[in-house]
Design a protein around this ligand. Structure first.
Ligand SMILES: [Zn+2]
Ligand SMILES: [Zn+2]
Length: 387
């Protein structure tokens, strides 16, 4: 399979550079989605356009099990600082998370699979808006899930480029591998007044200080030390003048977790932390907004990816995944089928490393046929194992 995918290297690079030069953001992926859908139709896929606004779902094969391969297509609102010949032609938009290459590799996998005799079906999920959410707080994967993109699917796989790992490697681990997300928004109400007469006020900053200490105690004192989680405040606003104690202060933060039980527990603990405010004479409003499911790689699916990786890349080509509480919206597709995501080494030798979302992010394109081959071989392995 590596040989076959090397044979389409030129197409892979051409697709990737075309998407890179014409990045589109959020759900606004009309050009990218059209190219993807047109190419898939040419390859003989049954194509559904406009799934989850601008997503594309395409299936090939008959009967048997259904393996889904997901690729995200959206870029970021970043001004590219690279100087290569395929630099973004849209100022302020850039494929700085490698989704151009995810889309190209999935198209390559679709092409190679269209030439195979499949003992089942393969479904491609090309999704918009992985990086953010729409006005209703839904990401591309959530929208596509809601519109039945993974109905009838048995397994779902996806890959993400990794600028820190060398070309010729993948990384995969079973179990919790990425964070679920909650956003908290709160207002602490006190009683404003003159900074010289604090005793006549209920100082919301003083109340906030107690809350922050309690929030920082949640992970260290309230959760099981074997449960990865984070509680971080990212925004605090209140007051204007140096000698006026304001009546209120607002704050926003992010909660990360890898299990839904812990998610529930963190919400309870955060609420308790805010209760302190009432015992000190203030009041509060607190709102949580669920941002996304944690990534939990299925044991069987991860095992298949690992074996495929070893067969294709050798024992040194497969590593344990670097786990993080960073979020991905891929787990939305795993709500009724097992699946896993792995990372693909795309490090550029001899160049300073620029991480995901950096304006100088880039990949070593020699990784493209490798990622393509892993997708194809993994899909075929599932179908062969169960036919
Ligand atoms: Zn990203
Ligand atoms: Zn990404």
């Amino acid at each position: 399979m590596l040989k076959q995918s090397h044979a389409i290297s030129e197409e892979l690079i051409e697709w990737r550079r075309d998407f890179h030069m014409h990045p589109e953001i959020g759900f606004d992926l009309h050009r990218t989605a059209k190219i993807v859908a047109d190419e898939l139709e040419k390859m003989g896929y049954r194509v559904r356009r406009g799934v989850g606004k601008t997503g594309v779902v395409a299936e090939i094969g008959e009967g048997g099990k259904v393996v889904a391969i997901r690729a995200d297509m959206d870029a970021l609102p970043i001004l590219e600082q690279n100087e290569h010949e395929y630099v973004s032609q849209t100022p302020g938009a850039m494929h700085a998370c490698g989704h151009d290459s995810h889309t190209a590799m999935a198209l390559g996998a679709a092409l190679l699979l269209s030439k195979e005799k499949l003992p089942g079906r393969v479904r491609f999920l090309f999704q918009p808006c992985e990086e953010t959410t729409d006005e209703e707080g839904k990401s591309g994967a959530q929208r596509m899930f809601d519109e039945g993109a993974v109905e009838g699917v048995d397994y779902v796989i996806a890959q993400h480029v990794d600028p820190l790992s060398p070309v010729g490697t993948i990384a995969i681990s079973e179990g919790p591998s990425g964070g679920g997300v909650d956003t908290l928004t709160a207002t602490i109400h006190g009683k404003g007044g003159h900074g010289a007469y604090p005793h006549k006020t209920v100082d919301p900053f003083f109340l906030l200080a107690q809350v922050i200490i309690a929030l920082n105690g949640i992970v260290s004192r309230r959760l099981d030390p074997f449960e990865p989680a984070a509680v971080s405040i990212g925004s605090i606003h209140g007051g204007d003048a140096e000698n006026v104690i304001p009546g209120k202060v607002t704050l926003k933060g992010t909660l990360r977790f890898t299990s839904l039980e812990v998610h529930k527990q963190i919400r309870e603990e955060v609420t308790r932390a805010f209760e302190i405010v009432r015992s000190l004479g203030g009041d509060y409003e607190l709102k949580f907004e669920f941002g996304g499911m944690p990534l939990v790689n299925d044991t069987y699916v991860s095992g298949v990816i690992e074996r495929v990786g070893r067969d294709l890349l050798g024992a040194n080509g497969v590593h344990a995944m670097h786990k993080t509480l960073g979020a991905e919206d891929f787990p939305e597709f795993l709500k009724n089928a097992p699946g896993a995501m792995y990372t693909l080494g795309t490090k550029i030798d001899g160049r300073e490393i620029y991480e995901l979302h950096h304006p100088k992010f880039d990949i070593d394109e020699r990784a493209l046929p490798i990622g393509t081959a892993v997708l194809v071989e993994t899909a075929l392995t599932f179908l062969r194992n169960e036919s």
